[in-house]
Design a protein around this ligand. Sequence first.
Ligand code: SAM
Length: 355
Amino acid sequence: MSGSGVAENAARCSDDAHRAVGRRPAAGPCWSRNGACSPVIRAVGRGLDDNVVVGSRLVGIATPAAPGSVRLDTGAPRAHPGVVAAPAPLDIPARLRAAGCVFAEDEAAVLWASAQDAEHLESLLTRRLTGEPLEQVVGWAEFSGLRIRVGPGVFVPRRRTEWLVVQALAGLRETPGRPAVLDLCCGSGAVSAALAAASGSRPIEMVAVDCDPTAVACATHNAPTATVLVGDLYAPLPVAWRGRFDIITANAPYVPTDELVDLPSEARLHEPPTALDGGRDGLDVQRRIVAGALEWLAPSGRLLIETGRHQADRTAGLFRAAGLTATVSTDDEIAATVVIGSRPPAPAPARDHRP
Ligand SMILES: C[S@@+](CC[C@H](N)C(=O)[O-])C[C@H]1O[C@@H](n2cnc3c(N)ncnc32)[C@H](O)[C@@H]1O
């Protein structure tokens, strides 16, 4: 999951994170998680026209453009299915701001664009004002440039997990033929969808597993070319697939149980505990994933697990104890940490010293 414990999970949006999406530094409490802005707002932020005045009022409407992108228009009402082509009530940003939302104007634009009519807008707004993640309210999150469906009660993919995708893609590039990828704890299927999309014309065999049927329903939608299975880690996989996977990715829950209480309420109240709770030290699910990996990895396959910055050494230790190599790969900008391992190289054959 996202979090390496509370420090990373509970962080407010940093000023840098705000600048990264072209906004002013945070002036107050922010609902964003993990010190990185909401995936929806990032999408909108990137689409902001330089001329848009961002102030105390709604500046335009966000209209769904191509899948995976959001365009923020500035002004003229549009006839667009699903978009309210009238000025949004000006008190919406104010109500959002009063509730502690730093990106009030942007969130108002997203809510407005998602509403069928005024009544629907009010119901979306009410859900947001009571703390439900914006992504669950509008039903999607931006991840690796894709628009990922996220239903109520489903873990919202975090920006930091894009690093897991980047590292898995590096592994895929070194894999000949048609690679087989297993995405454990797939949640909404964000990682699977991103890998399938990024591999482009080179098809990959994608398998995704999650124990939560609600998440699996989202993953089936988001990664339509993947085989998505419900169950406990490797349990739903056919025995015949042992030794088959070139890449295994996992963003499993890794928040230590004691630290769950310190998570932002968006996560604590609106994401299932099974998506967050990693047990006493946060590594319970990772431990089981690593223990089973050698059985399912192809001979030169790689295991990649997202973990917390402060847990990385212990996650790497699990890899080594299971007979895998372990390298810790980080991206400070998005506070991402991934441990990557594979089977150690076979020892060189002993020299024959006979004359
Ligand atoms: C932190 S979320 C990550 C979801 C997704 N990989 C992502 O990055 O957005 C962890 C996911 O692991 C799933 N999960 C937890 N324990 C599991 C288990 N034993 N077997 C399969 N899935 C599990 C949860 O249902 C949840 O969807």
